[in-house]
Ligand binder design. Sequence first.
Ligand SMILES: CC(=O)[C@@H](O)[C@H](O)COP(=O)(O)O
Ligand SMILES: NCC(=O)COP(=O)(O)O
Length: 233
Amino acid sequence: MIRLGVNIDHVATLRNARGDAYPDPVEAAKLALKWGGDGITAHLREDRRHIRDADMPRLKALAAPLNFEMAATQEMVRIACLLKPHACCLVPEKRTEVTTEGGLDVVGHREVLAPRIARLKDAGIRVSLFIDPDQRQIEASAELGAAVVELHTGAYAHNQPGELERLQHAAGIVTDCGLELHAGHGLTYDNVTPVAKLPGLAELNIGHFLISQAVFDGLGPAVRKMKYLINCP
Ligand SMILES: CC(=O)[C@@H](O)[C@H](O)COP(=O)(O)O
Ligand SMILES: NCC(=O)COP(=O)(O)O
């Protein structure tokens, strides 16, 4: 069965918009888990635009797998090593971007990434790298000792020609390299099925669409429907 990691970042976006304490991303996480989510993903951005430091230990206390998305900075590595989540997914970050625009350049940042990945692994954290579906990036991820790669599906979600084929080709390389295959970004009810059929896929991380759909259907039913779609034969 393909696992669904529910990204609750944008519950925090809504909370922060008015500076109140609601909606609480931790309550959303509880609901997502109750309705079939297999784990929670949260991205503590350097600018704290959505998830905040105080959210992270509360999410960890839920006793479900927590996938801590973060930039590979010294500050974030320090926070992660104290928190000890189930997994850390290293993502690229630009202060001015609206959302994560591309994958991490593992090839170009080997020297910086190697000791930070090693530190996370020494703390007992599973390391995942959020990368574009590119052979060199996948091979470099394996060489640096990542356990997982999460393929960035943003270009596919924006209907860029050839992106599904690129993801399919990359999926084979990921499993040949002995890495666990995850995927995510920009996935919706309408575009998720071909991604869910990537050979060897273990997990999808989906957030913005589910939180948006919750306005109409409620978060629980939205999670349940997505879980059904990603495991449909
Ligand atoms: C890395 C990633 O894809 C997620 O973190 C997701 O995009 C939600 O966070 P942002 O919308 O802030 O990028
Ligand atoms: N890593 C991708 C993720 O967590 C969710 O991305 P999105 O569905 O919010 O675009």
